[in-house]
Design a protein around this ligand. Structure first.
Ligand code: C2O
Ligand code: CU
Length: 494
């Protein structure tokens, strides 16, 4: 089967007008319709990304001042071929420094975008050139790594796809990329914070109104380690009813690339009238699809899923978490011939649903072969006691945490023990890992990821990776309030 996509014509026009289409950049589902520019004489694809502020309408009447890549939220999709060399020039037109991190891409260390570790912050008016080979294949993403709490919250995130050299076995007739995000606009009722994890069998949410009563002036500017009052949920930068409907035809196999760019919230994605089949975890293929009612996605995680369009009509794709559809997290999926129909309202709540969890997947072994010796680390995640903003690894806050000192080729095992009341999506830069065990139970066949959600209340996860990429790599919780609170260490690969 071949991939086909639907044009998002207004956005495509915008890209043309901006002269970007020719540079191989495109949004969401439209990218395959954009002519791919032949690489220059140097054999390197050139792409330009401009970080700048712009007014952005999340929904009618909800206009914010966003930070954007090339004027759009999320930023433009970068679509590369596995192994392709790319040179991406970041021009900073913001009033403050920024950097870009290529999440899930095995870039050379100086290209990793971590200020103070791999590069100097890119000052206003300056440019920085990122150059790397696109690997490994799969659904990746890119985002700011400077003052993330504010800059990601304001929109600096975008998809990055790396097409595999050998196509994966899960073909599709059509595909859409959906970037999920949470916003603190100060205009709506704040949603309860996500405290529970997604790793194990997931019960109902904590239900504590974590974000309540901590509304901030202006809403948008998260300060310190506090959780901003997230009141708006978007899919591709828009809250319902502004979300752009997804069009499908009866009989098609439709691939969805789901990316959670949220700072705080886990989203449980469901399509009314259909079941979803999970094929990739953080971009890495499973041996076979896993069929579920809904897919919980922690911050920074990605899942590729598909559904078979065998139930004609108009349906909502939405987050089943209480309050999320009302905050904007729903989009119509409309079959050909059923345009103009309004889908039935989403059914909120996750208790009766069969949910994706790590242990259901059987991963393919796509890690680098290990050569050196084995190393084992125990990382205890703590903090947040009595509402404090302090978050620790083995009792220490970054920069005082103890780094993992590794040699290239080492096989590294890490056990996370979560002694805190909140889940932590832990992300390793520069290399992916296998998830060996969750809450003490081994996976039949480890799945491969680059972010793993460690359940709250004594949840544990064992991972293993080959230290194949030399350099100093950030290893941290992807909730920016926890990062700022100190939950970061370094994997130093010599
Ligand atoms: Cu997605 Cu250190 O980041
Ligand atoms: Cu955390």
């Amino acid at each position: 089967m071949t991939s086909r996509t639907i044009p998002e014509s207004n956005r495509r026009e915008f890209l043309r007008a901006a002269g970007l289409a020719a540079a191989g950049i495109a949004l969401g589902g439209s990218s395959l319709l954009v002519p791919r520019r032949a690489a220059g004489a140097s054999g390197v694809r050139e792409i330009e990304i401009v970080a700048r502020e712009t007014r952005w309408e999340l929904a009618p009447g909800k206009v914010i001042r966003a930070m954007t890549y090339n004027g759009q939220v999320p930023g433009p999709t970068i679509r590369l071929r596995e192994g392709e060399r790319v040179r991406i020039t970041l021009k900073n037109e913001l009033a403050e420094p920024t950097t870009i991190h290529w999440h899930g891409v095995d870039v050379p260390n100086p290209m990793d975008g971590v200020p103070g570790i791999t590069q100097k912050p890119v000052q206003p008016g300056e440019t920085f050139v990122y150059e790397f080979e696109a690997r490994p294949p799969g659904t990746r993403w890119y985002h700011t790594h400077f003052a993330e709490h504010r800059q990601i919250d304001l929109g600096l995130a975008a998809p990055l796809m790396i097409e595999p050299a050998v196509p994966d076995p899960f073909g599709s007739d059509r595909e859409y990329t959906l970037v999920l995000d949470d916003w603190a606009t100060g205009t709506g009722r704040p949603l309860p914070s996500t405290r529970e994890g997604t790793a194990g069998a997931r019960g109902s949410m904590g239900g504590m109104m974590g974000g309540m009563g901590r509304m901030m002036g202006g809403g948008m500017m998260g300060m310190g380690g506090q959780t901003p009052a997230y009141d708006t949920m978007t899919i591709n930068g828009k809250a319902y009813p502004a979300t752009e409907p997804l069009h499908v035809r009866k009989g098609e196999r439709v691939r969805l690339r789901l990316i959670n760019a949220s700072a705080d919230h886990t989203h449980v994605i469901r399509l009314a009238g259909h079941r979803l089949k999970v094929t990739h975890t953080d971009g890495n293929p499973l041996v076979q699809p896993v069929e579920v009612d809904a897919v919980p996605i922690a911050p920074s995680e990605r899942y590729d899923v598909f559904f078979v369009a065998d139930h004609p009509g108009a349906w909502f794709l939405y987050c089943a978490e209480e309050g999320h559809p009302g905050a904007g997290e729903q989009v119509a999926v409309v079959y050909e011939g059923h345009e103009g129909k309004t889908p039935e309202a989403p059914i909120e709540g996750i208790t009766d649903l069969s949910l994706w969890r790590y242990g259901l997947g059987r991963g393919r072994d796509v890690l680098h072969a290990a050569s050196g010796h084995e190393q084992t680390f125990d990382l205890t995640l703590s903090g947040g006691m009595m509402g404090s903003d302090v978050w620790t690894i083995n009792g220490k806050r970054y920069p005082n945490t103890d780094p993992l000192r590794l040699r290239k080729g080492d096989r590294v095992r890490v056990r996370f023990n979560n002694m805190s009341m909140e889940a932590h999506p832990m992300h390793l830069h520069g290399q992916s890992f296998k998830v060996l065990a969750v809450n003490g139970r081994r996976l039949r066949q480890p799945i491969v990821k680059d972010s793993v959600d460690v359940d709250a209340h004594m949840g544990s996860v064992d991972i293993e990776f080959t230290a194949h990429n030399p350099g100093d790599w950030f290893f941290h919780c992807h909730k920016p309030m926890h990062m700022e609170g100190g939950m970061i260490t370094l994997a130093k690969i010599a």
